[in-house]
Design a binder for this molecule. Structure first.
Ligand code: HEM
Length: 453
């Protein structure tokens, strides 16, 4: 809405408050969308709840609920009726891009919910930092993780680690014939520890176990009192590993990177060790997609054919397959922002300190807008700019700084598996090009048969 200024200068927008959802619709969002997301575990997944969510196809329900809201209220930001807090749902892909590109100010990435959760193991992590702390920690993170390079400058040792761990995994799987989540994630986390902390950390399952316990508490955010001693033990262990600066690892890069009293490198690394979990889940789901979609698998095989994979390289077909796994089953389903001041979004004035919710599964799987919503469609990531609202790694200044590294490592791992082996999905889900892909895909119960070619 606009009006002419009294002095006859350019028109100014008048404040229009966001439409308010009815109490019934707010309760529907709470029941069909927010509760299932929180119950699954925001910081570490609870496998039994994930299995139940798959049976209920929880994310399909999320999409349908959001589509109904969109049909009823339109695409402008919608305020939910939450007592004592302004909570705003984003319903337009253009507004998703606007919110993320105007982060961290006025759309701050740090929210009370995230501080409550991540504080359990990284109270000074970049994602929950503001102002100069945030600038310093983001600079440090980018300079170690190199998000702008598809192939990290340490790619040679990294690929060596990936191929060694994949070979050990395949040797064992060839004997049993079956690849399940437990063995896959064991190998994946060996890669993660060796790449981040150094070769000698490959066997340090304790550091991963300590982090898992802290992440379990983090699922409860502030409701859980926390494990201060465990946190100190975990961070000390990370610091000790970093101090070794083993050649070829990110720990060695850190010693060559500027750190200031604000940086708190170990707490940034704590986030990395946590976030690689999403990479493992997405890699395993991408394997399920490739095992069940012959045309896309052949495109990957064609990409690998005749290449010397010991030589690190960008593998666009595999990268797009992993990106598709994260689009179809986003590992950060709720991207949260908090307004630092009153601001406009989609023609509405959003009050200061509002919680702004971007629900990635809705934008990624909205079949009324995106023809490929429920199909495996790697071309979305290969033919120019992907459609607005596809934000598996977020966007704008807070975009995931680990995206290139995780796509590279997951892609290289899948390349090592697929190079000389046939992989078939044996159980866990029914996937294929002839039916819509499920809204929710539990990675923990996927099983593959693997045979050498
Ligand atoms: C498939 C794997 C991953 C996915 C889907 C993913 C996704 C995301 C998303 C959506 C955000 C933004 C959260 C927000 O805006 O509130 C984010 C932030 C972040 N991610 Fe990732 N991530 C992944 C793996 C990684 C890895 C492996 C690392 C580190 C090695 C990493 C490091 C970070 C950091 C440090 C932030 C905070 C950035 C900031 O506050 O500026 N992520 N990630």
């Amino acid at each position: 809405m606009t009006s002419m200024r009294g002095d006859g200068r350019a028109p100014v927008r008048e404040a229009v408050a966001p439409t308010r959802a009815s109490v019934g619709d707010t309760l529907r969002i709470a029941a069909n969308v927010l509760t299932p997301l929180v119950a699954r575990g925001v910081i570490i997944r609870r496998p039994r709840v994930v299995a139940a969510a798959e049976r209920m196809d929880a994310d399909r329900r999320l999409v349908r609920t959001m589509q109904r809201l969109h049909a009823r209220y339109g695409s402008a930001p919608l305020r939910l009726r939450v007592p004592g807090r302004s909570v705003v749902l984003v319903l337009d892909p253009a507004d998703v891009e606007d919110v993320l590109h105007r982060s961290p100010d006025p759309f701050a990435a740090t929210t009370p919910e995230k501080r409550g959760a991540l504080g359990h193991f990284q109270p000074r992590g970049v994602l929950i930092s503001r102002g100069e702390d945030r600038t310093d920690r983001r600079r440090f993170t980018e300079s170690v993780l190199e998000p702008e390079r598809p192939v990290h400058h340490l790619a040679v040792p990294m690929v060596g680690v990936v191929r060694q761990e994949a070979a050990d995994l395949l040797a064992e799987v060839e004997r049993t014939g079956v690849l399940g989540w437990d063995r896959f994630v064991e190998a994946w986390f060996r890669v993660v520890r060796r790449v981040v902390l150094g070769d000698s950390a490959g066997d340090d399952t304790e550091v991963t176990a300590l982090l898992a316990r802290l992440r379990g508490a983090a699922n409860w955010s502030r409701v859980h009192p926390g494990h201060p001693r465990l946190r100190a033990e975990f961070l000390d262990r990370v610091r000790e590993r970093l101090s070794r600066a083993e050649p070829g690892s990110l720990a060695a890069v850190i010693t060559e990177t500027l750190t200031t009293p604000r940086t708190h490198a170990a707490e940034q690394v704590a986030h990395w060790l946590f976030a690689f979990d999403a990479g493992g889940m997405s890699g395993f789901r991408a394997l399920a997609l490739l095992a069940t979609h012959a045309a896309e698998r052949e495109a990957v095989q064609a990409e690998l054919a005749g290449r010397d994979l010991t030589d690190p390289q960008d593998l666009p077909a595999l990268r797009a397959a992993v990106l598709e796994a994260v689009r179809l089953w986003p590992t950060t389903p709720a991207i949260l922002r908090e307004t630092t001041a009153g601001t406009e979004l989609g023609g509405r004035t959003i009050p200061a300190r509002s919680l702004v919710l971007v629900l990635a599964p809705f934008f990624h799987r909205d079949d009324q807008r995106l023809p490929e919503a429920d199909r495996f469609a790697p071309h979305l990531w290969r033919d120019g700019t992907p459609p607005a609202g596809l934000v598996p790694f977020s966007a704008g200044p807070v975009i995931c700084p680990g995206r290139s590294l995780v796509l590279f490592l997951a892609g290289s791992f899948l390349a090592a598996v697929l190079e000389h082996h046939d992989v078939r999905l044996a159980s866990g889900a029914s996937l294929g090009p002839d039916r819509p892909l499920p809204g929710t895909l539990d990675p923990f119960h996927l099983r593959f048969t693997v045979t050498a070619r």
